[in-house]
Design a protein around this ligand. Structure first.
Ligand SMILES: Nc1ncnc2c1ncn2[C@@H]1O[C@H](COP(=O)(O)OP(=O)(O)OP(=O)(O)O)[C@@H](O)[C@H]1O
Ligand SMILES: CC(=O)N[C@H]1[C@@H]2OC[C@@H](O2)[C@@H](O)[C@@H]1O[C@H](C)C(=O)O
Length: 364
């Protein structure tokens, strides 16, 4: 039962693919989704992307990080000021570096500053508590995915896949009462998704992405490389487990010898094969994989997934959810949970030893 009233929260996400800021309103009591509200997207300009890219892998104290933070804050202030009616903000920021093994993670952008600029309480720094307690600090969307499974009135185990820069999947048993109930969730990063494809398009063709998967569709998947990719230690690790955007950078050098189309096809195949490998870790089989994130707009990626997965593969819109805004909505939901003292991660989502609430609250 809900202990608190439902509030309108404005959530934001600036993902690893570095394309821009998603913002979405959600009405929630921290347990159930009461209502979805409006959303907006604010792309980063090429210059802004370059500034953020220069800071990837760097920690606070570095000048590049300060420059990236300024870009992130400005872009967020701009898109968030378009909304009215929000009672609170859930601000994820831009992950620049993520090193859970050493208990550290950093999302650029100062929530205290945003609280002043927007005159609203801001919940931010969602991942630090989790990594400091020994968790992976990611993924955090799973608690929201559980609420989504309830909202669509799912009755059987299903999985929600997010194909952003990195891929992450949440296996859900919707018959459980809450996300931190034992056996309710299993979540982890599947492998690379769009990030290597974007990097390839950028380096070889000066383009931001393989729109619609058109280039990959003309290429041939190098299955030997896919197999070699899945032989890496990460794919044998028992979940939960998480990745940084550039964790497989070294491996992708092996695609340098391939033509543009074959390299795109192979990277797309690798992303899809990583998801199929992930499904082998699920506690019970699923009948339905709901796909969110930008990767679901890539037809070659969806075709590869359908070919490699043993179940139905559908864009999450098939269940009435918005696949472009799911992460922004997740951070609205998580902000309400933080404000209400509810946990946002647990052993089966981030590997943290006990359920924990992340985030700090800055008031104007
Ligand atoms: N029409 C399209 N065709 C092909 N790829 C697309 C299309 N639209 C989006 N994408 C891919 O999806 C990416 C954006 O996805 P999304 O916004 O889900 O990622 P993100 O939130 O930045 O990352 P993450 O979830 O890892 O933090 C783009 O950079 C691009 O690679
Ligand atoms: C450290 C970090 O920012 N991780 C992101 C990233 O992007 C996708 C995947 O890797 C996921 O682990 C996470 O974001 C989503 C929103 C999450 O925490 O659920």
């Amino acid at each position: 039962m809900a202990k608190h009233g439902a509030i309108w929260v404005l959530g934001t996400m600036s993902g690893t693919s570095l394309d821009g800021v998603d913002a979405a309103m959600l009405r929630t009591d921290g347990h159930v989704i009461v209502e979805f509200g409006p959303d907006a997207y604010r792309p980063y300009s090429t210059a802004e992307q370059t500034t953020i890219r220069k800071a990837l892998g760097q920690w606070p104290g570095d000048l590049a990080v300060a420059a990236a933070a300024e870009v992130v804050e400005t872009a967020h202030a701009e898109v968030l000021s378009r909304f009215t009616g929000a009672e609170m903000i859930g601000f994820h920021g831009q992950t620049l570096a993520h090193d859970p093994a050493h208990g550290r993670t950093h999302q650029a952008g100062n929530g205290a500053l945003l609280a002043q600029t927007l005159n609203l309480p801001v919940v931010w720094d969602f991942r630090s508590n989790d990594v400091q307690m020994g968790g992976q600090g990611a993924p955090l969307a799973p608690f929201f995915h559980f609420a989504c499974a309830k909202w669509i009135q799912a009755t059987e185990p299903l999985a929600i896949l997010n194909l952003g820069g990195v891929g992450n999947v949440t296996w859900i048993d919707p018959s459980q009462p809450s996300p931190d109930s034992p056996g309710a969730l299993l979540a982890f990063d599947t492998g690379p998704a769009n990030a290597p494809i974007n990097d390839l398009m950028q380096v070889r063709l000066g383009l931001a992405q393989d729109a619609g998967g058109a280039l990959a569709a003309h290429g041939r998947v190098d299955e030997a490389l896919v197999k070699a990719f899945l032989a890496q230690a990460y794919f044998h690790k028992i979940p939960p487990k998480s990745l940084d955007r550039n964790d497989f950078h070294a491996f992708f050098k092996k695609t340098h010898k391939l033509s543009n189309a074959d390299a795109a096809a192979t990277m797309t195949g690798i992303a899809a094969a990583s998801v199929a490998r992930a499904a082998e870790h699920f506690p019970q089989p699923i009948t339905r994989l709901l796909v969110a994130g930008g990767g679901r707009h890539n037809a070659a990626m969806m075709a590869q997934l359908a070919q490699r997965m043993p179940c139905r593969v559908e864009p999450i819109e098939a269940a009435g959810l918005n696949g472009d805004m799911l992460e922004a909505q997740a951070f609205a939901y998580l902000a309400a949970r933080v404000a209400y003292g509810l946990p946002t991660s647990c052993p089966s989502t981030t590997g943290v030893p006990a359920a924990v609430g992340g985030g700090q609250i800055s008031r104007p």
